[in-house]
Design a protein around this ligand. Structure first.
Ligand code: TYD
Ligand code: MG
Length: 428
């Protein structure tokens, strides 16, 4: 069996014929066990088709989680029988978020802690609340069969499995966390969720590269994939929907990690601009979109004479390639002498922005640092930079403009007022 893709073969080879990974084939002696697992998950053949009218939507109603930012990302709350995967790096706050969810839901639920023992989870619950938490049933097990048995006998309103990487099914001889084990456990959990109409939330780890650990298949199998991201040195945590069979995927939940758990941030702009120095060269405000929400972020740039032959371009919160491109555009179209200078760019508050609307702010921050001149007070900008130095329109332009006006900014540099970089600089 291949440890990477879970395919089975009748002979060993150094490279998996299916996924082309090296040294992943392991010998699986117990064939009877394997085939037993197969036959158990096989469903009886159904040959009847169902007319649309005959399908009653009696699977029960979705229910809200009472955590506003989580509901925003889910769109419709938790749907009966829905299977949700929450992925994120170790220590980012997955268990914290789910413990808080368990506390606020106040309906009978089953919390499977296969990574931690019951005592650790109970300590976390006590740390997060002083309220009555008798509705939370904790089960410490790494056996998928035990989870299914407990689910079927308790009939809770929600099952939380923390995490898929640390559970195993008897039918699969590989160790917990192997791709084939993840695949088999996930399919058993999903089958039970659909049959019993109980929603399940599964925690998944991410690899060093940032992708969800285990077979890609896992993401296809579940109904919803949520990604909890953030910089562990900062408080900010973003919950983004990657896939959602029940609602939108363009919403983002914004939280901060505090001593009392994850706190929802209602006004992200205020949070991100805390402690900002006004009228300082190198600092520019940008209106960025996080999902469908506009918010204000501070972009800082520092440009200094380089002491090394190949000057550095260092970015935090934005892509380094993007920074290199913007430096090249500024050198070519504004004759900015960046060739011998180190350029550092940072977005404050631990925010990471991947949308092109932040380009103009990065460019203006660099120009402002080079010229040692601050932008006028009460100015903000958004727009994508083209290779010719033109400022291109971005998504949600009206929404950003409206937000900027609402916040009272007087100078709003944007693609419709300033179609080219040269136009902004000439005005200075
Ligand atoms: P955790 O939820 O255990 O992370 P994950 O399950 O994603 O691995 O969160 C771990 C971090 O969160 C840990 O470094 C401690 C911190 N934390 C707080 O800051 N406040 C809290 O109230 C809790 C419960 C955890
Ligand atoms: Mg955890």
């Amino acid at each position: 069996m291949c440890n990477s893709c879970g395919n089975e073969f009748v002979k060993w080879s150094g490279q998996c014929p299916a996924c082309h990974e090296w040294n992943t084939l392991v010998e699986v002696g117990n064939f009877t066990k394997l085939s037993k697992a197969k036959s158990r998950s096989a469903r009886p053949a159904i040959y009847s088709v169902t007319p649309r009218e005959a399908i009653k939507n009696d699977s029960g109603k979705s229910f809200n989680t009472n955590i506003v930012e989580l509901d925003r990302v889910l769109g419709t709350g938790l749907t009966p029988g829905g299977v949700y995967l929450i992925a994120g790096q170790p220590g980012i706050g997955k268990s914290t978020l789910l413990t808080q969810l368990a506390i606020t839901l106040n309906t009978p639920l089953l919390y499977i802690c296969s990574e931690e023992n019951v005592g650790q989870v109970a300590t976390r619950i006590n740390r997060l609340t002083t309220k009555d938490t008798r509705h939370i049933n904790l089960l410490n097990t790494s056996s998928t069969e035990d989870i299914l048995k407990a689910t079927n006998s308790l009939k809770p309103e929600l099952v939380i499995v923390d995490s898929i990487q640390s559970i195993a099914t008897e039918g699969n001889p590989t160790t917990a966390g192997s791709p084939s084990q993840i695949r088999d456990c996930a399919s058993l959990l999903i089958q039970t969720a659909k049959e019993s109409n109980i929603p399940m939330i599964i925690v998944g780890h991410v690899t060093k590269e940032g992708t969800i650990a285990g077979p890609k298949l896992l993401e296809h199998m579940v109904d919803t994939v949520l990604d909890l991201t953030g910089d562990r040195q900062h408080e900010l945590r973003l919950l983004r929907g990657i896939k959602n069979r029940f609602g939108p995927t363009d919403e983002t939940g914004i939280f901060r990690m505090t001593n009392g758990g994850l706190e929802e941030i209602a006004d992200p702009s205020k949070f991100l601009l805390e402690g900002r120095l006004k009228s300082t060269p190198g600092s520019v405000l940008a209106l960025v979109m996080e999902g469908t929400r506009p918010m204000t972020a501070e972009i800082q740039a520092l440009v200094v004479e380089s002491a090394i032959p190949v000057p550095r371009r260092i970015a935090k919160g934005i892509n380094t390639n993007r920074l290199q491109l913007i430096c090249a555009i500024l050198t070519k179209h504004l004759k900015l002498p960046l060739g011998t200078k180190d350029v550092f760019v940072n977005i404050t508050g631990g925010l990471t922005v991947n949308e092109p609307g932040v380009d103009l702010a990065i460019a203006l921050a660099i120009i402002s640092s080079v010229k040692d001149k601050a932008l006028p007070d009460s100015s903000i900008c958004f727009g994508e930079l083209g290779l010719l130095g033109e400022i291109r329109s971005v998504s949600f332009q009206e929404k950003r403009l409206k937000e900027a006006k609402k916040l009272g900014y007087k100078h709003i540099y944007n693609p419709s007022t300033h179609p080219h970089l040269k136009k902004i600089i000439k005005n200075k």
